[in-house]
Ligand binder design. Structure first.
Ligand SMILES: [Fe+2]
Ligand SMILES: [Fe+2]
Length: 263
């Protein structure tokens, strides 16, 4: 089983020529399946890009959505469209709705979109204004306090999903991969070779998800969890517990690549 992991592919930045080059590179990877940890495109085209990936690759594509996938739309709107599409598709699996996926006898996969929940770093004094807050309908006209409430709610939703599905995955597999767009730990918020600072961390880290993962993995010392994430576009690894490792993928707009082939 060869699983090619991709993240932050931002297909809206690809010209027709680079799009074809990208598809060719994926085909030639000889992966049995693909995993995309979000930021596939933007709301009006994310569904179209998924359709093209599926048509070109004809192999299972597991994915979660990133914040950019909602740009120009609403969270519920995009999730509704993509959920319906994946439900009707032979190859597409959206991990928010896929439960525990069997990759091999010893390896299971779970995942959730995830959202930076404003809890890590210093939200109150942060002057970072993510584009999210202006181009995703859910944040429209929310002041800083109401926006934080929304961020908490989105992060909690991911933590609830992980609390529901990770124990089930661990009951069935000794090793589990968890895909989430946003790094769930400060230590995994790599940006240009460094951990992001308190200005950026509220917008880069899903702390509620990290707390859920630590709590569950401490109860399962014989099991291994590998978290795959993106969002910060900076590559790095963080060992959070002896049995909990996080890989953050690096990305540049316009040049999507395979992060790793996991065997
Ligand atoms: Fe991204
Ligand atoms: Fe992102």
């Amino acid at each position: 089983m060869r699983l090619a992991w991709l993240t932050d592919i931002h297909m809206n930045f690809l010209s027709p020529v680079s799009m074809n080059r990208f598809f060719l590179m994926l085909k030639e990877s000889e992966a049995d399946a693909f995993l995309i940890t979000g930021d596939i495109g933007e709301a009006p085209q994310v569904s179209f890009y998924l359709k093209r990936l599926e048509n070109k690759l004809q192999r299972p594509i597991y994915f979660v959505l990133g914040n950019h996938d909602f740009y120009g739309g609403s969270i519920a709107g995009v999730r509704g469209t993509v959920g319906k599409q994946a439900g009707e598709s032979r190859f597409l699996s959206w991990l928010n709705e896929a439960g525990v996926v069997r990759l091999s006898d010893t390896l299971g996969l779970i995942g959730h979109d995830g959202w930076a929940d404003g809890r890590c770093g210093d939200y109150e004094h942060s002057s970072v204004e993510m584009t999210d807050y202006y181009v995703i309908e859910d944040f429209d006209r929310l002041d800083k306090a109401r926006r934080l409430k929304k961020l908490h709610q989105l992060g909690d939703e991911t933590a609830t999903h992980l609390r529901q599905w990770l124990p089930r995955a661990l009951a069935a597999y000794p090793h589990v991969i968890c895909a989430i767009h946003v790094p769930p730990f400060r230590e995994a918020c790599w940006h240009q070779g460094q951990i992001s600072n308190d200005e950026f961390l509220p917008h880069f880290c899903c702390q509620a998800a990290g707390e859920a993962l630590v709590e569950i993995m401490q109860q399962h010392p014989e099991h291994q969890l590998t978290v795959l994430c993106g969002h910060t576009h900076g590559e790095g690894t963080a060992q959070i517990l002896p049995n909990l490792r996080v890989l953050t993928g690096g990305a540049d707009y316009g040049t999507p690549h395979i992060q790793q082939i996991l065997e």
